[in-house]
Each structure stands twice: as C-alpha cells, then as structure tokens.
Write a protein that binds this ligand. Structure first.
Ligand SMILES: NC(=O)N[C@@H](CC(=O)O)C(=O)O
Ligand SMILES: [Zn+2]
Ligand SMILES: [Zn+2]
Length: 428
C-alpha cells in the first residue's frame, strides 16, 4: 500500500516536494517515482504537518453515547487533523480501572481513525478521596500514560502529593484541572465586571492560580511531572514561568476557545459560551497567546466537551459547561496565532503535535517529517476558509461557540500510519 502526497510544503517551508509513503512509513521526500497503484493526494499550495495530538478530549463513551461515541469523536478528530487523542476519564462508569481503560483503547482501535489513549482517573470514582490503581492502568493493555480527574480538581494536597510521588515510578504524568473548589462554589462565569453586571457568581482567577502554584511546588519537591489542563488566566502563565525557571517539570495546555473568546460573550446569555474554566478577559486571552508563542504554555488541547441539547440549551445556571473543539482547533489556532504572526507553521507543529506527543509519551506521534518516520500526517490549506455549522460537524452534539463564523485554515487530509483517515472534509 503506497501513497504519494504531491507538491506539499513540509512545515510551510521551502519549495514544494512529493512525499512517498509505503507501509505506513515515509520512504522518500523530493522528486518521487510514483508507484503504479499509489493513492495520489494533490497538495499544491498546502502545508504538511505532523498529525495533531490532543491531550484533552471528552468522548463520552461509556455512559453518554447520546452526545458522543468513540466512533463519532474519532471521526471529528480525524477531520480536525488529529492522529491521536487522549480521552478523559470522567465517563460513566469512570475510567478508574484497567477494565474501562482497556475497553476505551480497544474501541478506539476498532474505530481505526485515530489512536484513542484513555486517561486514567487519579482517584476512585473521581471522588477525590482515595487513589485509583494507577499502576494497574499504566501496565494494562491500554498503557495509560496520563492520569487526571478532569472535570474536578484533585483538591486534597496530600492526595495530589501521593499521586505525583507514585507517578515518578510509573513514568506517567498527572494532569490537573486546577480549580480550588472552595473558591468556586456556585461559580458561573469569570469573576469580574461582566459577571457582576449580569448577577452571575464569579469564578476568580485565584482559584486556578493558587492550585497551579501549589501543584508546581508539590511536583518540584516530588521530582514529578505535572501537566496543567486548560490554562485560562494571565496569572497562571506567570506562575508557570516562575516554576519552569526553577526547574519544575511542569507542562501546560491552552484551549482554542481561551485563545479567542472572552467573557464579552456573556452578554449573549447563550450557554454555548459556558465552559470550565470560564472565558476570561481580553488581556487574559492576549497573555495566553504570547505565553503559547514563547513556550511558557507548551501546547494547545481542545477540551472537546460535547453536551446534549437539553443539558446545554437551557438557562445559564442549569447548563453544563463545555464546548466542541476537535474540528475547529486548527482554524482557531490559525486565526489567533498564525494570522497574528505569533507562530509560523513550524510553531503550529510544535504546539499541536510535537509537545503534546512528548507530554503524553507517545513514541510514534509528533515525529519529524523525514524518511524512515511513521506517516502520521496532516495536510492544511492555509489560505482556504470555511463556515462553521454545528449540525454539520461529525460529533453527535452540536455545541460549538463558533456557529456561523467564517474561519481560516482547512484540514484537507489526515493520515494515520500511512492510511488516509479523512480527506476533503470526509471520513475515508
Ligand atoms: N470543560 C468543561 O467545561 N467541561 C468538561 C470538564 C472539564 O474539562 O473540566 C466536561 O467534561 O464537560
Ligand atoms: Zn477541566
Ligand atoms: Zn476537560
């Protein structure tokens, strides 16, 4: 089985080249002799990138298959340019044991569109009381490499410390949803002028920053790896800089929505804009962009969070937090980071593929586009634009905050180990 990508520019650099892929591996780059039976992909004017890796996806299977399944979420991922995703543990039942994580891993392989790496829960049932069996999940067939109670914070400092200590022996990473629960009781929106005017209980920046600071210190003393989920405030970026300068093994992600959207959206009263952590201010979004560009924040993660209509299209206080992200991530990054000159395409490869693959410890993802490397690849048309329609996305749920927006950057093809999984907006 062979494929030739014709006339693409790897990382958007240099002259267009042809890329020959045989048996899942890149075997030639340059002027390529096209094998007779090869699948041809015309890529003139397009940028070739390593396949994207999402450290933070909610696929809702098991438990809420009415909003997303591993099949539909995998399709959304492939269409969004992803070749690997990490599926969060806050399912029903919770992914806090080997049976569930092996099930999720196997279902992902059966779907065959993207590698679905289950995230294991840090605590039993996400209850924050007792550590889950991290070692059993790490050594299971699912080879769990990331643990998180995402949706909830591991708020107990002793439990968090123990989890970090165990993680060093297993060579895994603890990903924290940083939210001091006592500071966010009843919180509905970013604590500030806009929430105050609408009478929403505020979610203060310090609820995130205090946990990130605490966890950085715990990780430093335990010599453990910490990953901070969905960084949303300018102050968190400052804490991360401080911790990294002191040698803390901390990495962090920012979501596309926190790069683009702000609490100005509250004025719409539309709960499609409700998310945890909440949309912050313009100056927060601006700081997150520069922090992503300078490496203080390592990568982009979608926090793709599908929700049913009845859970989302209701009054603000009753609506669940979260928004779709897999199929719009590249476009939002193009809009906020590439069009603004903050990142070139090499930088996009770093924040959407290479760094997340390193953090998630995936040996075959985020690799250089070079002969002998696995063909996990994404083709992007940097000049094309598209209009987002929630109903047309591959997810079962349709809760996109970008409805009707015209966005730059179109994923034209995704290849997983040499096999085309998505092409021209369709699953293969
Ligand atoms: N981000 C959200 O607002 N919601 C996530 C949970 C989470 O990421 O904290 C969800 O599972 O729906
Ligand atoms: Zn979270
Ligand atoms: Zn999440």
């Amino acid at each position: 089985m062979s494929t030739v990508i014709q006339g693409a520019r790897p990382y958007g650099e240099g002259d267009p080249v042809d890329i020959l892929i045989e048996d899942g591996v890149i075997t030639a780059i340059g002027a390529v002799d096209v094998p007779e039976d090869a699948e041809l992909i015309d890529a003139s004017g397009q940028v070739l990138l390593p396949g994207f890796v999402d450290l933070h996806t909610h696929l809702r299977e098991p438990g809420r298959e009415d909003t997303e399944t591993i099949d539909t979420g995998s399709a959304a991922a492939a269409l969004g340019g992803y070749t690997a995703v990490f599926a969060m543990a806050n399912t029903d039942p919770v992914a806090d044991n080997a049976v569930i994580v092996e099930h999720v891993w196997r279902r992902g392989q059966e779907a065959g569109l993207v590698d679905v790496h289950p995230v294991g829960a840090v605590t039993v049932g996400l209850k924050g009381e007792k550590l889950a069996e991290l070692g059993t999940m790490a050594n299971s067939q699912a080879r769990v490499k990331v643990f998180s109670d995402d949706g909830l914070c591991v708020a107990d400092p002793l439990l968090m410390r123990r989890a970090l200590e165990y993680s060093t022996a297993l060579d895994v990473v603890i990903a924290q949803h940083a939210e001091e629960p006592r500071l966010t009781v009843g919180a509905q929106a970013h604590e500030g002028e806009r929430a105050a005017r609408l009478g929403y209980t505020g979610w203060p920046a310090a609820a995130e920053e205090s946990i990130v600071a605490r966890d950085c210190l715990l990780a430093l003393h335990a010599n453990a790896r910490l990953h901070v989920c969905h960084v949303s405030t300018s102050g968190t970026a400052d804490v991360l800089r401080w911790a990294k300068d002191r040698g803390t093994q901390v990495s962090a992600e920012v979501t596309p929505h926190h790069l683009l959207l702000t609490d100005e959206r509250l004025a719409t009263y539309d709960p499609v804009n409700k998310v945890n952590p909440p949309l912050r201010t313009e100056s927060d979004a601006e700081k997150l962009r520069t922090a992503l560009a300078d490496g203080t924040i390592d990568c982009v993660a979608t926090d793709h969070a599908p929700h049913a209509v009845q859970d989302k299209d209701t009054e603000w206080a009753a609506a669940r937090p979260g928004m779709l992200g897999l199929q719009t991530a590249l476009s939002i990054v193009t809009e906020t980071m590439v069009r603004t000159g903050l990142l070139d395409w090499r930088g996009v490869a770093r924040v959407m593929s290479e760094r997340p693959a390193e953090i998630g410890n995936l040996a075959d993802q985020g690799r250089p586009i070079a002969v002998g490397e696995p063909a996990n690849l994404t083709l992007v048309d940097p000049d094309a634009e598209w209009t987002v329609r929630g109903a047309e996305l591959a997810s079962i749920a349709a809760n996109t905050p970008y409805e009707g927006m015209r966005l730059p950057g179109v994923v034209t093809a995704t290849l997983l180990r040499g096999r085309t999984t998505a092409r021209d907006g369709k699953i293969c």
